[in-house]
Design a protein around this ligand. Sequence first.
Ligand code: 5GP
Length: 173
Amino acid sequence: MDEFTRTLLFDSAVIAQRVAELGAHISAKYPQGDVLFIGILKGSFIFLADLARAVSVECKIDFAKISSYGNSTESSGVLNVIMDVGQDVKGRNVILVDDIVDTGLTLSEYRKRVEALQPKTVETIALIDKTGRREKHVELDYYGFRIESGFVVGYGLDCDERFRNLPGIYVLS
Ligand code: 5GP
């Protein structure tokens, strides 16, 4: 028996359409290519896999693994980076790829860390912009979908490591 009820928010066709649009925007913005995507693990792995294939210009891909804050009210700015980006960032057009922006702490703090590595430009993209609990302003250059609240899973997003493999995005209740 499953203790969760899952309600479909965005099915795989809607996601594919949106990811194609995002890929086209990014390709138009960087016609010269030379984009370094840095996916924030684990939640971004499916989004970035699809986004990278929707981009028609040359790009490179890397990942960073950052643990969630234990207590979201703690805005100490301490970032627990488990695995940092492995490629040289200096002088590159970096796009940070996150699964979901909630309080904004993770992306805003990791962005500062990447900016210190002297990239040429830094942009951010999130599959989902969840606006209702924002604590730190995040400059999101692109987002897939915007929701106000709710805990979402699927398409890479988990609940205690479950549901990442669902092709759609669901809200749990
Ligand atoms: P932040 O609060 O720092 O913006 O979000 C940090 C992380 O919390 C996200 O990258 C994501 O891993 C997790 N998170 C926040 N909201 C949700 C949600 O609705 N569903 C899932 N699966 N993870 C979430």
